[in-house]
Design a protein around this ligand. Sequence first.
Ligand SMILES: Cc1cc2nc3c(=O)[nH]c(=O)nc-3n(C[C@H](O)[C@H](O)[C@H](O)COP(=O)(O)OP(=O)(O)OC[C@H]3O[C@@H](n4cnc5c(N)ncnc54)[C@H](O)[C@@H]3O)c2cc1C
Length: 312
Amino acid sequence: MSKIDIKLIENIATIIRDNVKGICRTNEPMSNHTSFKVGGPAAIYAYPEDENALKSLVQICQTHTIKTLLIGYGNNLLVSDDGFNGCVIDLTKTFRSIDVDDTHVSASSGVWLSDVVDIAAVEGLSGIEKLAGIPGAVGAGLSMNCGAFGSYISDFLVDVKVMDSQGGTKSLLRAEIEFGYRESPGLHGLIVLKAGFKLNHEKPEIVRIFVDETIAERHRRNVMILPSAGSVFRNPEGNYAAKLLEGVSAKGMRVGGVEVSKAHANFIVNSNNGKASDIMELIQKLKDLVFTKYKVELKLELRTVGFDDFKA
Ligand SMILES: Cc1cc2nc3c(=O)[nH]c(=O)nc-3n(C[C@H](O)[C@H](O)[C@H](O)COP(=O)(O)OP(=O)(O)OC[C@H]3O[C@@H](n4cnc5c(N)ncnc54)[C@H](O)[C@@H]3O)c2cc1C
């Protein structure tokens, strides 16, 4: 990956600071923004203050052919040790409004998903309880079509407001967007700004019980105290990645400072100051072992940044 000239970056950062309300940093370590705690620097890292600022930012990046990367809370991202030669756009500090109108909940992209679940519980609105405890933002959750226990975030979606790479905005209805398992092809190349969800009236105390049960179940399945990014691989059709990984004795397997969790074979944990390259080497090793034994090609659930040669 070719590095962008440092002088060019400083010039573009100056243009951004002069024209975009918000914060713009250069040479920002991505290890501070990913749950794996790995990743080299982002050339530019920006927190646009509002929709107009975001529009200006994407237009500046477009004009100067600077690549952009949207980030939520970094819980599903593996960024290479070389970092990202472009502009990371972070909406988690500024796009944070939640509104409730009867059974309709509208949440901006940077809102912590569990906050939506909690507010729904307080308001006596049922539907999204099984998403409780998934670490991440609403916008990223839609980009991933995150889910748990058979429930997907897209199941409750009514509409999404998005911005394209030219800064244009539009609203899409749920029926207009293609969603898949841990992917949202219908949102590809778009920035999620806001999402509306339709829930159902229920007694608040009943919703709270469902939420607490979900969280308790998550704790029973995997107690995570070490940095990780959740499930590394998607479940192959009709099978479980964790089962195949257990079949090749993956638990505890190490490369450098990282290892396969002893609690969950589909989690890699950064147990000892590992690097992104350690994680990638372990991923490749696990893929090879599973393919050799089961002839199954494991596909990544993680999103990788800066590994140009890697075939997910
Ligand atoms: C301990 C642990 C448990 C987990 N359990 C689950 C689980 O049960 N189910 C599950 O589905 N996931 C799970 N995950 C993975 C992760 O929590 C989800 O993928 C979550 O949706 C990621 O949110 P984030 O804000 O951290 O996204 P990030 O990692 O920051 O980004 C994820 C993707 O979304 C894109 N993106 C971010 N913001 C936007 C935006 N505004 N518009 C468009 N694209 C955007 C990013 O470019 C990236 O490709 C787990 C992770 C951990 C660490």
